[in-house]
Design a protein around this ligand. Structure first.
Ligand code: MG
Ligand code: ZN
Length: 717
């Protein structure tokens, strides 16, 4: 099947066992000095074998191994690779996937040396592509490079790759669905060429992959093979077309926009194909919305004169920073189609930073509305031919891959910004351009945000409610708490209360809740102290022993009641809680015990406790003082520790994915769900403000003003 692409890539081998043919091919092709490039992982998986077999066959091998497990395609890596290269080397042979391949083709093109790749994961479509995705000066660029002279993909090796890498490859391939819808749109509206032979290279590979995708979780080699072939063919299609159009559209624009913004904010973006998969689901949702609207409009008869009207006003308005929702009655009937579509200069400056000048200089004019009007039916046909976002999400979640923006740390704000502004980066015509031309881009961005918000709580059976800042503030119960709890009952959802605060014990909180009129039974109240006590009860060498507790009387009582002997001298282990009676003598003693190497446990990590006048230092701050003196940090137990999640699963019997943490603090209430299957909801009724989210590593699945607003998202299922 690869014979006809010989001019682009002389040798392609995708099959079981092709790793055994690498050395022979290299030497028979006349290469004598080979630079083999890998990282510690790919060395283990294939690099070691390639180096040894090349040596055994009589080739000269110079290995170049990156020190880090996941090298970045940046100046540092280019330096490492360039330093390992010498002019007598005639082939740079990469062993790896995305980054290693990009680095080898990039440096190969720079120094004028042929490059080849031994793939280790079916994770991206760059194997055969003419461009390398590089990160230069912190900015994502895709300089044209060279195609490799050979691609070896041993299906046995690729089948053993982590499923997340395979999911990334599947995501990158599924992205061709929206990419080709965009291509058809551009063909229709701006006459972009669409040669059938190139289109079908990608589309027939894609059909095969979609049919096989349900078998990917079992790593069926034939399906892994077809994904790999599809990824390579996509690269070939780009090379044949001379542009990325056959493999990339609005889904790639969204994915690149997220990557750029996240890197600028110092966050780690997900794998390329994982981002593309999520972006594809968003694209399909937008197409579905447009399709529904087009059908509706066609039935009612679309009033195009009206659209032209609003656009004429658009062009006349000098201040592009004002939102233009019109207030005339006639327009209100069509609000969704009339919100401003011209990019706001200040927003482009905010989002694109250094690159914004270049972007502002190359603004594309909008398409004449009459042109879109003429093609109405054909646009509807493109929309109707597409799968639903749910169908595609199902294929990806079967592999354990993220399918929503929050799962890959894309906040609602970033999602909205990307839908409205990602189109500024590339001047190719896509669905985003069309929505902009129709004047409904911001409206659709809002719809996409609420689509994902509604899905955020699907499958949740038990809500783990934080207490202070969530159901009450200090001593005042929120007026909506009682009705929220009734709503949970009505919708068949369970709940527990959980607090990190170890200055009081369960009896105190039960009384407090009862006094506030909140119905509660002891089994529905859990706290950080319980989690630590449960953990200790499973440690045979500690059970019943002498403990030094730095904490309030309530905490000390809890340890005594659990059968431990409170000891001020010669303890077997040390516990630090929210010690509101701490004095210098106790602090020194605590530090002595910790310094002597005794087992040391922190009840919870909270740095501050909110009180009416502001904050008072909490357990985490006291622990920080001990760390300064002793160099030791305790094992922490409350939220966000894994101990707490496991404790709740054990005590309630719910599965990880059936739990939803609700709370007002990012680094405890939201962090505990991060990287797990549990969901999280941030309430803004406590210590966190909306503006704190931009700098947060932890992104909630949903953000609400308070429990009152959360009610509307919880429905019987
Ligand atoms: Mg709280
Ligand atoms: Zn891609």
């Amino acid at each position: 099947m690869w014979e006809k692409y010989k001019d682009i890539i002389p040798h392609i081998a995708v099959d079981s066992g092709v790793i055994n043919t690498v050395a022979d091919w290299v030497l028979l092709s006349g290469y004598k000095n080979v630079l083999v490039v890998c990282d510690p992982n790919t060395f283990r998986v294939a690099g070691d074998f390639v180096i040894k077999s090349l040596g055994a066959a009589g080739g000269r091998v110079a290995p170049c191994m990156f020190a880090e497990d996941e090298p970045l395609p940046n100046e540092r890596s280019i330096g490492v690779l360039t330093a390992a290269y010498s002019p007598d080397i005639d082939l740079i042979l990469g062993v790896g996937s995305g980054t290693i391949n990009d680095l080898c083709t990039y440096v190969g093109a720079k120094v004028g040396c042929a490059s080849a790749i031994v793939g280790t994961a079916p994770s991206m479509d760059g194997y055969a592509s003419l461009g390398s995705a590089m990160l230069i000066d912190g900015v994502k660029v895709t300089p044209p490079t060279q195609c490799p002279v050979a691609i070896f993909c041993d299906v046995d090796i690729l089948s053993a790759a982590p499923l997340l890498l395979t999911a990334a490859g599947l995501g990158d391939m599924l992205g061709k669905i929206t990419a080709h819808a965009d291509w058809r749109l551009a063909h229709l509206l701006v006459g972009e060429p669409m040669p059938e032979d190139i289109v079908s290279i990608v589309e027939s590979a894609l059909d095969k992959i979609i049919n096989g995708a349900p078998y990917l979780p079992q790593r069926v080699p034939a399906v892994i093979k077809s994904v790999t072939e599809g990824l390579i063919l996509s690269g070939i299609a780009m090379s044949l077309y001379g542009d990325s159009r056959p493999a990339s559209g609005m889904e790639h624009h969204l994915a690149h926009f997220w990557e750029m913004r996240m890197l600028a904010l110092g966050q780690a973006p997900a794998l390329h194909g994982i981002k593309v998969g999520v972006a594809t689901i968003i694209g399909l949702y937008l197409w579905q919305e447009l399709g529904n609207e087009l059908v509706g409009s066609a039935e009612q008869g679309v009033d195009f004169s009206f659209w032209s009207d609003s656009r004429a006003n658009d062009l006349n308005e000098s201040d592009t920073n004002e939102p233009r929702v019109s207030s005339t009655p006639k327009r209100e009937a069509h609000t969704s189609l009339l919100i401003a579509n011209k990019p706001k200069v200040s927003e482009i400056r905010r989002l694109y930073g250094r690159s914004s000048d270049a972007i502002l200089q190359t603004q594309n004019p909008n398409l004449p509305i009459s042109l879109i009007q003429d093609k109405w039916q054909e646009i509807l046909d493109i929309a109707k031919a597409l799968p639903s976002p749910e169908e595609i999400a199902k294929l990806l979640s079967a592999l354990g891959a993220p399918v929503t923006p929050t799962e890959i740390s894309i906040s609602e704000e970033l999602l909205r910004d990307s839908i409205v502004y990602a189109r500024e980066r590339k001047k190719t015509y896509t669905l985003l351009q069309l929505l902009g031309d129709l004047g409904c881009l911001e409206d659709y961005a809002g719809r996409a945000c609420s689509y994902f918000a509604k899905n955020a709580l699907a499958g949740v059976k038990c809500f783990v409610l934080d207490m202070d800042g969530t159901i009450y503030l200090s001593d005042k119960v929120f007026p909506f708490t009682a009705s929220f709890l009734k709503h949970l009952e009505k919708t068949g959802k369970d709940h527990i209360f959980y607090t990190n605060n170890s200055s009081q014990n369960a009896a105190y909180y039960l009384t407090k809740l009862e006094r506030m009129g909140i119905p509660v039974t002891p089994d529905k109240l859990m706290m950080s102290t319980h989690v630590l006590l449960e953990f200790l009860s499973d440690c045979p060498d500690i059970a019943g022993k002498r403990v030094f507790v730095s904490g309030t009387k309530a905490l000390r009582d809890d340890f005594e009641a659990a059968g431990y002997t409170l000891a001020d001298d010669d303890p077997d282990f040390v516990v630090l809680g929210f010690d509101m009676d701490m004095d210098y003598k106790r602090l020194s003693k605590l530090c002595d015990f910790v310094r002597s190497g005794l087992p040391y446990y922190g009840v919870h990590i909270d740095y501050n406790c909110p009180v009416e006048s502001g904050f008072i230092p909490d357990c985490g701050s006291l622990a920080a003082a001990v760390t300064s003196s002793t160099g030791r940090t305790p094992d922490f137990f409350g939220k966000p520790s894994r101990y707490t999640l496991e404790y709740i699963i054990k005590k309630t019997g719910y599965k990880e994915e059936e739990l939803c943490f609700v709370g007002d603090r990012l680094y405890t209430d939201i962090a505990i769900a991060s990287g797990t299957k549990s969901r999280s909801v941030l309430v803004l009724s406590g210590e966190t403000k909306q503006s704190d989210l931009a700098a947060s590593k932890f992104i909630p699945d949903l953000i609400v003003r308070d429990l009152n607003e959360l009610e509307s998202f919880i429905v019987r299922s």
